[in-house]
Design a binder for this molecule. Structure first.
Ligand SMILES: Cc1cc2nc3c(=O)[nH]c(=O)nc-3n(C[C@H](O)[C@H](O)[C@H](O)COP(=O)(O)O)c2cc1C
Length: 307
């Protein structure tokens, strides 16, 4: 089976972050060597209802290699129907199922991490999407929802035909608090034969190396914000200041082109999450100035000065 990346390769995966891992950021990350990227979570139901915003989130840049769509939902039949439509319209290389989102508005409907409480339903979802699309299916999960049962869930997902698991080393209740438990991620990896990629708290090259030594793949979310060159650094490549600055400006350029139909002011607002991260080393007044800026030229100047 050919997954869009080799989990045994050196390097890291870009884990999805809603409203941040859009096509421009995924592309910049891929150019720095991200092994694989995942699109932002989209509710299967919203796609079936024809949500324009939902379908918009599924667009890929023509140069993206990974082309992985992440779907969330509670009902395996609904998710399978949405996946079949996605396959027809978007031609992804794989479908990633979200069984990790801890937000109450998602879990209250039985979607996201709530699926962990019902391994049989979670398994039916994987099998249904595989049957409806024939595509590779990966799953994002946490260590548990109301109890820690990731090993049990992982075995059920493998049995149902999942090709890969991405495990965030926290329970849903922990949200983003405490430290990610990579020993627990390793335990999941030992319980299944399919590749397991861990996520949580990888912020430095040392963090990356320590996690790789556990024998699992590594995905990075927040650690790549304002720092897409992190994917090159984990492969022992040095990225000098001029290349970093050029990358930040190229990201801005790709972002403005991608959202050109919405206008520059809208696009710059949508860039703020990234800009804040790129300007993390800048003095407070420069950050305030950059984030308030409604002209692309002004934002570019701040990036040139502070990245
Ligand atoms: C702002 C934000 C948005 C996220 N959105 C998603 C998402 O849409 N789908 C998903 O599977 N995980 C999502 N996550 C979880 C991350 O993919 C990742 O598992 C988690 O942040 C832990 O990794 P990190 O410490 O490297 O950030 C999100 C995380 C953050 C911080």
């Amino acid at each position: 089976m050919d997954f869009p990346f080799d989990p045994a390769a050196m390097g890291a995966v870009l884990a999805p972050m809603a409203s941040l891992t859009d096509a421009p950021f995924r592309l910049v990350s891929e150019r720095f060597g991200a092994l694989w990227t995942v699109g932002e979570m989209v509710m299967a139901g919203s796609l079936l209802q024809g949500s324009v915003e939902g379908w918009r989130l599924l667009r890929f840049h023509p140069e993206e290699r990974s082309r992985v769509v992440q779907l969330a939902g509670a009902d395996p039949g609904e998710v399978a129907r949405a996946a079949a439509l996605v396959q027809e319209r978007v031609r992804p290389r794989a479908i990633d199922l979200n069984m990790g989102c801890p937000m109450p508005k998602v879990t209250a409907r039985g979607a996201g991490a709530a699926l962990l409480d019902d391994p049989a339903r979670a398994a039916r979802m994987v099998a249904g999407v595989r049957e409806a699309t024939g595509l590779l299916v990966s799953v994002k999960l946490r260590l548990g929802f109301s109890r820690e049962n990731a090993v049990e869930v992982a075995r059920a997902l493998e049995q149902a035909g999942a090709a890969l698991l991405r495990v965030h080393g926290r329970t849903a209740r922990q949200r983003y608090g405490g430290r990610a438990d990579w020993e627990a991620v390793r335990e999941v990896a030992r319980a299944v034969r399919i590749p397991v990629v861990g996520t949580g708290d990888v912020r430095s090259v040392e963090d990356y190396r320590a996690r790789r030594e556990l024998g699992v793949g590594v995905a990075v979310a927040r650690g790549a914000l304002g720092r897409p060159w992190f994917f090159a650094e984990v492969c022992r490549e040095r990225v000098d200041a001029a290349a970093r600055r050029a990358a930040a400006r190229e990201h801005l350029r790709l972002h403005l082109a991608w959202y050109a139909d919405r206008g520059e002011v809208w696009a710059l607002r949508a860039f703020r999450g990234h800009l804040k991260a790129y300007l993390s080393a800048a003095p407070a007044d420069a950050r305030v100035r950059g984030l308030a800026c409604e002209r692309a030229g002004g934002v570019e100047e701040e990036l040139a000065r502070w990245v």
